[in-house]
Design a protein around this ligand. Structure first.
Ligand code: ADP
Length: 308
């Protein structure tokens, strides 16, 4: 195989109680990439469509991630990358993660898989470091592994794949204002009180347990974030009213997707997701900003190879 075409999906990181550790993979939205072997060594990004992003491999997360993989192999092999962006950069649904994960997934396939999906997280994470100023794997892990993941630690990388309850459904709303991860990180206070820390790890542990038991009531009680959300939600238009309206029609939880400005709700079943969609749509339509909403099951497969 000399060339591969892939679909690299969007993802939701943090999931309220799991700041910087939890993430899940989305279905319908994602970037496409074509990766092919080339005669010259190293990585070249030869085309990006859909968005203004740097072709320079040192400034594009796909290039940084791909080079990290090739450096580890100490190979002279070369690859060309084409990126067709559908996920807007800075939207909070893992735009940079899709490119970073896509690059390493595609190259790994073309090299006959020297690395496992878990190992690829290391390289994709280096790409993410370029976008956000700090290395994190909570978007690239669910994209590469599929489903819902928990990053226990990034040094060394240790990721746990969690079960996906059958009826779990996500609603995502992306208000079209740009919020860069670096800026969203700046407003987070560096210290957490013992009281808040206890709440958060109680909720995180309970949420993970609820996923194993398909206990939707426990999911609902534990999808909370009193550490980061109070600060970051100030940057998102109508956050509190969107949250209240979603919970009123039955959402299990509602919070910020990644570093925002996108928000997510989780529901039991598609019917409730449709009610949440309507509730969000009504509020956000009334304030006159451009936005997108969609409903997605949790994508169990993650990144995938497309037919030619
Ligand atoms: P998101 O959560 O949507 O990925 P980030 O703020 O984490 O948003 O990442 C977007 C930043 O990464 C932007 O500054 C963008 O220019 C940079 N970037 C570099 N390469 C890419 C790429 N291939 N795809 C998306 N963003 C990229």
């Amino acid at each position: 195989m000399d060339e591969i075409k892939i679909f690299s999906p969007a993802s939701v990181a943090n999931i309220s109680c799991g700041f910087d550790v939890l993430g899940f993979c989305l279905g319908p939205v994602g970037d496409e990439m074509i990766i092919r072997k080339s005669d010259s060594s190293g990585v070249k990004i030869i085309k990006i469509e859909g968005q203004e992003l740097p072709l320079d491999v040192k400034k594009n997360v796909a290039g940084v991630a791909a080079e990290a993989l090739l450096n580890e192999l100490k190979t002279e092999r070369g690859f060309e990358i084409e990126i067709y962006k559908n996920i807007k950069a800075g939207s909070g649904i893992g735009s940079s993660a899709a490119s970073a994960a896509g690059a390493v997934f595609g190259i790994n396939e073309l090299l006959n898989k020297p690395f496992t999906a878990h190992e690829l997280i290391n390289f994709a994470m280096e790409g993410e470091g370029l976008a956000s100023g700090s290395v994190h794997a909570d978007n690239v892990a669910p994209v590469l592994l599929g489903g819902i993941t928990l990053v226990r630690t990034t040094d060394p990388i240790d990721v746990v794949q969690l079960p996906t309850p059958k009826e779990l459904t996500a609603v995502i709303m992306h208000p079209k204002i740009e919020l860069k991860t670096v800026h969203a990180r700046e407003i987070i206070k560096k210290n957490v009180t013992m009281e808040k820390a206890i709440q958060q790890w109680g909720n995180l542990g309970a949420f993970v347990s609820a996923l194993y038991d398909e206990d939707y009531d426990l999911m609902s009680r534990s999808l909370k974030d009193e550490i980061v959300e109070p600060m970051r939600s100030l940057l998102i238009p109508e956050f509190e009213s969107l949250k209240k309206a979603s919970k009123d029609v039955g959402a299990l939880g509602f919070g910020i997707s990644g570093s925002g400005p996108s928000v997510y709700a989780l529901t039991k079943g598609v019917d409730t997701a449709e009610k949440v969609y309507e509730a969000i749509n009504e509020i956000i339509s009334s304030i006159g900003i451009d936005f997108e909403i969609y409903i997605s099951k949790i994508n169990q497969q993650g990144i995938k190879i497309l037919p030619d």
